[in-house]
Write a protein that binds this ligand. Structure first.
Ligand SMILES: Nc1ncnc2c1ncn2[C@@H]1O[C@H](COP(=O)(O)OP(=O)(O)OP(=O)(O)O)[C@@H](O)[C@H]1O
Ligand SMILES: [Mg+2]
Length: 249
């Protein structure tokens, strides 16, 4: 079960972004994919929620083959798999409360009172109590990121995908977001897939770390093990040495 990509190939025109990419995401853990800009990290997440389809290979979420889903089935999948977008992607003309409630209204399962309660709970989970009536423009960047997480968790998904959750934030806010990702695992039992090029954050939050290089996973393992890896591609990336990286690539 959980999320599984199996020998995925994804091209855009002449560009082969993923080239035999396989990854198993451990249940109730935090798996992080690291890799340089343009290596295909966001592409991976888009495949998992069926926003794009692979050219070859299979994408699974639990017992569902995502790359063959259409219409309502895709909608059901996205209720189970929450997505935290890189730039929060809140609607500026709606209050924070309305933004967080959006998916709940669409799902049509809860009464107005229950939705209000769920919004309150979700905002409390990200330490944003009482901001329901504010507009996104009234919040700081870090608060908007957290509101984006609250919106994703409002539907109580089994899975959460985070696209660069800490990029462009100050160190204090980064630590808060890291703790938040850990809290979603510990308090809600969410299985998470995080993509980032923030290595410090990756070391702090990950149960499992995977490095993407040339369209496939070059190395994966517990974060503590990466420092001892000999592979110059991995070393070049984690020490930030382009020469080492380029010679080996
Ligand atoms: N819809 C698309 N059409 C054409 N090319 C695309 C499309 N989506 C992604 N690409 C290309 O695929 C490559 C991988 O993109 P992707 O966004 O997955 O990288 P990334 O690892 O997330 O990078 P970053 O760290 O900068 O966010 C890039 O070269 C990008 O230009
Ligand atoms: Mg990206």
């Amino acid at each position: 079960m959980s999320i599984r990509l199996d020998r995925v190939v994804k091209t855009f025109g002449d560009l082969t972004v993923l080239d035999g990419f396989s990854l198993d995401v451990a249940e109730e853990g935090i798996t992080t994919i690291i890799g340089p800009s343009g290596s295909g990290k966001s592409t991976t997440l888009k495949l998992v929620i069926g926003l794009i389809q692979p050219d070859e290979g299979e994408v699974w979420v639990d017992e569902v083959r995502v790359d063959e889903l259409e219409g309502d089935d895709l909608y059901d999948l996205r209720r189970k798999v929450g997505f935290v977008f890189q730039f929060a992607a809140l609607f500026d003309s709606m209050t924070i409360g309305q933004n967080v409630a959006m998916g709940l209204h669409r799902a049509g399962e809860l009464s107005a009172g229950e939705i209000e309660e769920r919004v309150r709970e979700s905002l409390a989970l990200v330490d944003l109590d009482g901001v329901q009536e504010k507009y996104p423009s009234e919040l700081s960047g870090g608060m908007r990121k957290r509101a984006g997480v609250a919106r994703a968790v409002a539907l109580r998904p089994r899975y959460l995908l985070y696209d660069e959750p800490t990029t462009g934030l100050d160190p204090i806010t980064v630590t808060m977001i890291d703790r938040l990702i850990l809290r979603m695992r510990d308090e809600l039992g969410v299985t998470s897939l995080v993509i980032t090029h923030d290595l410090d954050s990756a070391y702090r939050i990950s149960d499992h770390l995977a490095m993407l290089h040339k369209g496939r996973i070059r190395w994966e393992g517990p974060p503590d093990d990466i420092q001892a890896v000999d592979d110059p591609v991995v070393r070049g990336f984690i020490t930030g040495e382009p020469e080492l990286w380029e010679d080996a690539s």
